[in-house]
Design a protein around this ligand. Structure first.
Ligand code: AMP
Ligand code: ZN
Length: 459
């Protein structure tokens, strides 16, 4: 059995073969950090986290998920609130990582930030200008879409039809309405960097092309993101990268998750129907949200409602109910393997509905088992499935104790983590360890990484 993935470019499910035997590179477009992630934003983070876990079983994976920390929406948020840009981005980067950790999302191997890669972007833009794929006009640098004849292939659009059908006002410095910005000038109040075209800032698309090249190389195996990114973001990333790299393929497989709607309507701030993960995890266990996100196939649309959450909660009750009261020995845990049928489902284009059906079949078998050895082995297998899928990380008794009500509030956890970081900075490791123990006793586990400390309930 090999891994099968649906590739947007080819428009079908294909056999996955990495460029280098045994190694895989994957890039996921990450958040623009000017507000909290909503439940729709969590969908790519969770489904591609699961794909990363599945790939890691077979390959040495390098998974990059970027952070867009220079963007006009961030500038607008700063102007609106009077809060410095760095404050805003630092706050929302940490919140994003904490919120995703609460959903069982493991940190990526690399988390490149756009503002730390401006030099790589400038170099790529220079090469595009030099090779005739981009032009400079009024302090802007624009990609000339007519110079790349494969433009539109990924999103299945015909550039000639697009031009004929376009009614948009074209900025005077653009040769064509579809040319997009690689670099734009900044006024004194806006963030900017010196460049051959004057002080300015990069366009959004070039950020990902440059960071993917820097961390994963010219040709990457998997490029992932939400469906809305196919056009223009990924079409433009592909055009830039292929042209800058003399036609070398950019991504060998393009994966896109379907959209999440809320009570059958598009989630939209202006309609006031946006659910933020940050708020949801105050009352809903992270695993419930994770399971709900995984309950539909990642390419299908997913409608989110109170019923989605209830059904995921009941599913977890069944799983925790099956393992409840069975104390699995370390030996049984070590010996346990994930059933082949579950792996086959996940390796078949991440078929999570089928994978979950396998997990429930195992839970049913466990419920029927009478013999202690069999119970131990089935429970251990169920835990192994949970570990792979990022579920069943809680103690069953704690799960049924309704751990939400009694939980330590998030603000208190964060204050303790801050205190612990301060203690570490002062080399007071005794105090730091005591805080970690205190959190652990409250069912909160923490994980330190270079970008800070994240926490999650359970596990
Ligand atoms: P953004 O910060 O808007 O660029 O979104 C971050 C990620 O979330 C991108 O991969 C988007 O495609 C994805 N995304 C945004 N809204 C939704 C939604 N309603 N359903 C699924 N994915 C979404
Ligand atoms: Zn991107």
């Amino acid at each position: 059995m090999t891994i099968q993935l649906h590739d947007t470019l080819r428009g079908k499910k294909v056999r996955f073969e990495p460029q280098e035997a045994g190694e895989v590179t994957m890039y996921l477009c990450g958040p623009t950090v000017y507000n909290y992630a909503h439940i729709g934003n969590a969908r790519p983070a969770v489904v591609f986290d699961l794909l990363a876990r599945v790939l890691r079983r077979r390959y040495k994976l390098t998974f990059a998920r970027n952070i867009t920390d220079v963007d006009d929406k961030i500038n607008a948020a700063s102007i609106e609130t009077g809060r410095p840009i760095d404050d805003i981005t630092a706050h929302y980067i940490k919140a994003y990582n904490d919120d995703m950790a609460a959903l069982g999302v493991q940190p990526p191997d690399v988390e490149p930030r756009a503002t730390q890669h401006i030099d790589v972007m400038i170099a790529m833009i220079e090469s595009l200008v030099e090779k005739g794929f981009a032009y400079v006009a009024e302090g802007h640098v624009l990609f000339d879409v007519s110079s790349f004849e494969r433009y539109g292939e990924l999103s299945k659009r015909d550039l000639r039809e697009m031009i004929a059908g376009s009614r948009v006002e074209v900025a005077p410095y653009k040769k064509s309405a579809h040319d997009f910005v690689l670099w734009k000038p900044s006024t004194a109040e806006l963030p900017g960097w010196d460049s051959p075209w004057g002080r300015g800032r990069p366009g959004w698309h070039i950020e990902c092309s440059a960071m993917a090249e820097k961390h994963l190389g010219k040709t990457i195996d998997i490029h992932a993101g939400g469906q809305d990114l196919v056009f223009p973001h990924h079409e433009n990333e592909r055009a830039q990268s292929r042209c800058a790299h003399d036609g070398a393929p950019f991504a060998r497989y393009w994966l896109h998750n379907g959209f999440l709607s809320l009570n059958e309507t598009k989630m939209s701030k202006s309609l006031g129907n946006v659910l933020l993960v940050h708020d949801m995890i105050e009352t809903i266990p992270g695993e419930v949200i994770r399971l709900a996100l995984l309950s539909a196939h990642y390419r299908q649309p997913l409608d989110w409602s109170a019923a989605t959450i209830e059904s995921a909660r009941r599913m977890l009750d069944r799983l925790y109910g099956a393992v409840r009261g069975i104390s699995v020995s370390d030996e049984a845990r070590r010996a346990a393997t994930v059933p082949d049928a579950l792996l086959e489902a996940l390796e078949d284009d991440l078929n999570t509905p089928r994978a979950l059906a396998e997990v429930f079949a195992l839970a049913r078998a466990l419920n029927k088992a009478n013999e202690e050895n069999e119970k131990q082995s089935l429970a251990a297998q169920l835990y192994a499935c949970g570990e792979l899928m990022g579920l069943l990380g809680d103690d069953p008794e704690q799960w049924f104790a309704g751990h939400v009500e009694g939980d330590m509030p998030a603000a208190e956890i964060e204050a303790l983590i801050e205190e612990r970081n301060a203690a570490k900075a002062e080399r007071d490791f005794k105090r730091a360890d005591a805080i970690r123990d205190q959190l652990q006793a409250a069912g909160v586990s923490i994980q330190d990484s270079r970008s800070g400390t994240t926490w999650r309930r359970g596990g």
